[in-house]
Design a binder for this molecule. Structure first.
Ligand code: NJP
Length: 229
């Protein structure tokens, strides 16, 4: 692949695996996260590390500008956080952190690249949402509200992007063994969960399609996860 791809939340977990998989495929990658030292721990001639807090409009604009300058043809909105609590325990701070990162962050970074993508007419946006972007559960109010909203942003962009050849994809992972929701990678109870690399391969699949094909959505679960649709 000769793409230049912008990836958010690239310092660990799924985002880091996406960066590695794309670099292995010969892509140029513009990787953003707050933990720049983690981004820079993966030195590669085709990797540009950018300090990015997706909730910061100026940082999102700078990230988009850098990616546009490097000729980005794809954006992977992957940055995200999870807080799981019963409704009565959700604080204003929880609300702002989850909604700002997952919803506002997706909006700001997408907006930062859209003028460039509108001019190119062959770009792709992949939003890593969740298998719970259309269902919920006890303790999931805040997180699933953010993922329902992120799904809505994704789908509205798909409609709008038709006018300029934009291909928009929602990747919806079930349980993935990462650092998600203040956990550690490799914890015993996560045995059998999806690996970050599994999601990275889904991203590679979407970006490898011929120009006439758009992948609207991919829903991916570990076999051990309960069937829920
Ligand atoms: O989580 P983790 P995942 N600005 O914690 C970054 C979704 N998902 O890889 O800024 C910029 O290992 C953070 O970087 P840093 C989930 O909702 C997961 O599992 O340096 N970046 C780190 O690189 C999310 O959308 C599961 O702290 C920010 C990355 O995000 C996506 O998968 C299930 C940021 C998080 O890495 C990746 O999560 C599911 C900010 N303000 C959906 N805040 C699952 N793991 O089971 C955070 O359904 N990041």
């Amino acid at each position: 692949s000769h793409h230049t791809v912008a990836v958010t939340g690239a310092s660990r977990g799924i985002g880091q695996a996406v960066v590695r998989a794309l670099l292995e495929r010969g892509a140029r990658v513009v990787a953003g996260a707050r933990d720049v030292s983690a981004l820079e721990a993966l030195p590669h001639p085709n990797l540009t590390a950018v300090s990015l807090d997706v909730t910061d409009p100026a940082a999102a604009r700078a990230f988009g500008a850098r990616a546009a300058e490097l000729g980005a043809s794809a954006l992977i909105n992957n940055a995200g956080v999870g807080v799981f609590k019963p409704t009565e325990e959700i604080t204003l701070e929880d609300y702002r952190r989850v909604m700002d990162t997952n919803v506002l962050g997706t909006l700001l970074v997408t907006q930062a690249l859209l003028p460039h993508f509108q001019a190119r007419r062959d770009a792709s946006v992949i939003n890593v949402t969740s298998d719970v972007s259309d269902r919920t559960f006890a303790g999931g109010a805040l997180y699933t509200a953010s993922k329902f909203a992120q799904r809505a942003l994704t789908r509205a962009l798909a409609y709008e992007g038709q006018a300029y050849g934009l291909r928009v994809t929602e990747i919806r992972p079930g349980m993935v063994d990462t650092y998600f929701a203040d956990t550690q990678q490799g914890e015993a109870h996560k045995h059998g969960w999806l690996r970050a690399e599994d999601i990275a391969q889904a991203v590679v699949y979407v970006l490898s399609q011929p120009p006439h094909l758009r992948v609207d959505e991919l829903l991916l679960h570990p076999v051990q996860q309960e069937v829920t649709f």
